[in-house]
Design a binder for this molecule. Structure first.
Ligand code: DGY
Length: 353
């Protein structure tokens, strides 16, 4: 047995020195991080292997995006990877500037509708995203929106701010979750996490719809049905699907017309899943009861947008994944995808492998 020891020591020394060698070899590869507020945990992973360039600007807000654009165009030539930390579109111009050595775009988000997939595919550039690690945080926001819309937080907070409380035994009453039917459009990671969190609320029935039945649905007691049935029967309709050509404006005047009068629409996917003019009409005319949105088109939603005049709309500024732990987990996963792509290993969460 003892004779194996020197062999094991030799093997581990060999692997340590080959790691050091490969790190030395990757250090000349440049990775661009698209924003100045990317979590340290993700930067550390990148800095261990690569030369990291980082924008000096935020990638959020009108000003940040404008300042950032020039900065990114200046920094990207010669980079092997781009780490994208916002929902702003990745332009063809930026990819053109990068040069042919760009191997991977890693977006720190579950959604990748902003990532210019056809262009990346045509150029043979890999794409990764950060699903799963954010499902719990986004599901918590889905529950918050359900509560906020059902219990009329917009109106009630307004009363607190104005000091004029319109209270009474039958005033400003909301809707119960207890005994309700909750319909999930898209029973993926976020949809499943939402059902799990709501199961303590004594929901009467969970329905879901999508391309196919999900094996996970059985344990969640969720029943597969058509979109029409789900819309006809649900008291709460939760949108948790990615934005694609198929799902774009899937909630419109026709589908809103199929919902119950007491129905509450929740959107934690993307703003463009909903035709916002049609939603405005449905809420204004009380065709449905209320809506709760974490995502809108555009973002930020201008403060004079007509949606914001509605008392039965509860809106949050796209904070689904915005917790310390989740953003750090997303950052590390996004960084590890880059490490894998540039060291010849498979992506952990590939969109374009
Ligand atoms: C995502 O990552 O796509 C979600 O919108 C997070 O909020």
């Amino acid at each position: 047995m003892l004779y194996l020891l020197p062999l094991a020591l030799f093997a581990s020394a060999l692997s340590a020195s080959s790691d050091a060698l490969s790190t030395k070899m990757t250090k000349n590869l440049k990775v661009l991080v698209s924003s100045n507020d990317f979590p340290e945990s993700g930067l550390e992973v990148l800095k261990e292997h690569f030369t990291v360039l980082q924008s000096r600007y935020l990638h959020f807000g009108e000003e940040g995006v404008r300042e950032n654009k020039e900065e990114l165009l200046n920094l990207i030539p010669g980079c092997s990877a781009l780490l994208w930390s916002s929902h702003h579109p990745i332009s063809k111009e930026l990819l053109d500037k990068a040069g042919p050595q760009l191997k991977i775009v890693s977006t720190a988000s579950a959604g990748y509708n902003h990532a210019n997939v056809p262009e990346l595919k045509a150029r043979g550039i890999k794409l990764s995203n950060t699903p799963n690690v954010l499902s719990s945080a986004v599901a918590e926001i889905a529950v918050a929106l359900i509560l906020g819309a059902a219990r009329r937080f917009t109106e009630n907070l307004e009363q607190v701010k104005s000091g004029q409380w319109d209270i009474g035994f039958t005033k400003t009453l909301g809707q119960d979750i207890r005994g309700s039917t909750v319909g999930i459009i898209g029973l993926g990671g976020i949809g499943q996490a939402t059902v799990k969190r709501l199961s303590g609320f004594e929901v009467g029935k969970f329905l879901y719809t999508g391309h196919r039945e999900k094996p996970e649905a059985k344990a969640l007691n969720a029943e597969f049905t058509s979109l029409d049935n789900l819309l006809n029967q649900s008291d709460f309709v939760v949108l948790a699907v990615p934005l694609t050509d198929e799902t774009n404006r899937m909630i419109n005047s026709t589908t809103l017309g199929k919902m119950k009068k007491n129905a509450i629409l929740i959107n934690v996917g993307r703003g463009d899943l909903v035709d916002q003019d049609a939603l405005y009409d449905a809420l204004k005319n009380k065709q449905i009861y209320a809506a709760g949105l974490d995502v809108t088109t555009p973002e930020p939603l201008p403060k004079d947008n007509k949606l914001l005049t509605l008392p039965n709309l509860f809106v949050l500024p796209h904070i689904g994944s915005a917790t310390v732990r989740t953003r750090s987990d997303m950052a590390v996963l996004a960084a590890e995808n880059i490490v894998n792509a540039l060291t010849g290993k498979p992506l952990l969460t590939p969109v374009l492998p």
